[in-house]
Each structure stands twice: as structure tokens, then as C-alpha cells.
Design a protein around this ligand. Structure first.
Ligand SMILES: [Zn+2]
Length: 288
């Protein structure tokens, strides 16, 4: 069932576990994510990016999520969230479509501009009872096909703990995306979380903290981050890899059918397996 993100987060903060924010882009990925939630009795945040909205259309992707949430996934809490919104227009569209949470990503702008843009999104969203996620510090990683090179000095791009209090207060956000060592894309075993930085950030705010770029990060690093106060963990790339690898495997076999439903089935199942594994790491299983 579709619920407000606040309901999911309130419970998870009390329970000391994190909730996965899983990116969907089509019917099959949505089914895979929802079926993992049902199998593991876990709450989920279903998130879409601007690229998905461009690909599927906001009405279509929202209708897919809503109808599955009302149908076979009616017993698990699902919150709709916009991942990396870059303009007030897209935020308005998502609120109109029934999202309970939106991410205003103005993190590439100078500090004061980031605050001003995020504040504008928060003020608008709050009129409709919708949560805003703001981002302090920059996320690096894969943008399209090219790898963005990390600057040598982590202080130049990671979240500055000393700015957290001021940023949260003045931007009016409900959740904070932090840059603490993970990167967008999957870099198996190469991403190390700066736990000291996380500790300082956690001390400076009681708002839910969001870890982006967690695909490819080692399970024990994630577990430790959850214990230290990460509340939401975004997973996109690992889902895409699971989906595509399963599809490649299906198509590499000699198949005697030309039925998209049969072709897609192993990919749906693999998305469920990937998402289910994350849920066990986040400790969100049996929490509905
Ligand atoms: Zn992200």
C-alpha cells in the first residue's frame, strides 16, 4: 500500500534499521522490487529519477507503482520519492502525481545557493505535506558512461559536518543526503565510508540521513553505517546490473519462445533477489 514516507521513517528510526530506496524505471523492475518487499515483509521507498520520468512519463510510472501497491503488494508499506530533482518544476510535477517525498539536489551550487534553492522546494512541498530531501556535499561517480575523477582532498567535496546544523535549519529539509565516501555507480569493494565523518554528521542533526551511491559498497560497511545512524539507502545500479545480466543470460540460451513475458521473468526474479539481499543488510526485513 502507498503510505507517506514519514510513517516508514518514524518506525525505522525507532527500530534502528534502514529502509532501502530502490530506483524503478519500468513495470518489470517495479514488480521485482515489490515482490522482494512482500517476500521479506519489508517497507520500501520506491524512487524514480528525472531520467525515468523522461523515459516512461510521470503518469505511467506512477500508475504502475500505485496499481501494484494497491494490488499484490497491498500489505507492504511503499512510499513514492523523487530521486535527484534538479528543478522546482519537476518537484511540482511529482507532488501533483502523489509523491510523499522529493529530493531537491542543488548540491553542485555554492552553499548559499544550495540553501536558497532547497528552501524554495521545502516551502512548496510542505504546503502539500510532502517531505524534502536536501543534499550537502557532492556525490561523484559514473555520470552516463564516463567516470568523474574524484578530487584528491575529500574535504573539498564530502559533507562538512560543521555545516550540517545550519544547512538543515535554513533549508527546511526533512531528510539529508550525505556524501561520505560512496559513489554513484558500482565500484565493487572500492568505496570506503568515512565513518568518522558520519559520526560527526549524526551528532549535528536528528533528521533522517540518506546514503546515496550504495551499490557496490561492501555489506559490512553498509551494516556499520546503518548502526551509526544512516536511515535511508539508495540502490539503483545493483538493480540495473541484476536485471541486465539476467536478461543477457536468458537471451544467450537457445530459446524456443518469442514471448516478452517469458524473456523478462528471470530479470524480474533477479531484481527481487538483489533487493531482498539489500533488505537483509539494512535489517528492514519483517518490519511491516
Ligand atoms: Zn544519488
Amino acid at each position: 500500500m502507498i503510505v507517506h514516507i514519514q510513517k516508514i521513517l518514524k518506525k525505522s528510526q525507532k527500530g534502528g534499521y534502514a529502509v532501502g530506496a530502490f530506483n524503478t524505471s519500468n513495470l518489470e523492475v517495479t514488480l521485482g522490487i515489490c515482490r522482494a518487499a512482500m517476500r521479506y515483509q519489508s517497507p520500501i521507498i520506491m524512487q524514480v529519477s528525472e531520467a525515468t520520468i523522461e523515459y516512461a512519463g510521470i503518469e505511467v510510472i506512477t500508475a504502475i507503482v500505485n496499481s501494484i501497491a494497491k494490488g499484490e503488494a497491498k500489505n507492504v508499506p511503499i512510499a513514492l520519492h523523487l530521486d535527484h530533482g534538479h528543478s522546482l518544476e519537476i518537484i511540482k510535477d511529482c507532488i501533483k502525481a502523489g509523491f510523499s517525498s522529493v529530493h531537491m539536489d542543488a548540491s553542485t551550487y555554492p552553499y548559499e545557493e544550495n540553501i536558497a534553492m532547497t528552501r524554495m522546494a521545502s516551502d512548496f512541498a510542505h504546503k502539500f505535506g510532502v517531505w524534502t530531501q536536501g543534499e550537502l556535499g557532492s556525490m561523484f561517480g559514473k555520470e552516463g558512461m564516463s567516470m568523474v575523477k574524484l578530487p584528491d582532498d575529500p574535504d573539498s567535496f564530502m559533507t562538512d559536518p560543521s555545516k550540517v546544523k545550519d544547512f538543515v535549519k535554513r533549508s527546511g529539509i526533512d531528510a539529508l543526503a550525505v556524501s561520505i565516501g560512496t559513489m554513484h555507480g558500482s565500484f565493487e569493494g572500492k568505496e570506503l565510508i568515512d565513518f568518522n565523518r558520519l559520526k560527526k554528521i549524526r551528532k549535528n542533526t536528528n533528521k533522517p540521513l540518506v546514503l546515496h551511491g550504495a551499490s557496490g559498497t561492501k555489506d559490512n560497511e553498509i551494516r556499520r553505517a546503518v548502526k551509526m545512524g544512516i536511515n535511508i539507502i539508495n540502490i539503483d545500479t545493483d538493480i540495473r546490473i541484476g536485471f541486465t545480466k539476467a536478461l543477457q543470460k536468458t537471451l544467450s540460451k537457445k530459446i524456443s519462445f518469442y514471448d516478452p513475458r517469458k524473456v523478462m521473468k528471470p530479470s524480474i526474479n533477479e531484481v527481487s533477489n538483489v533487493v531482498g539481499h539489500k533488505m537483509t543488510i539494512f535489517n528492514s526485513i519483517q518490519k511491516i
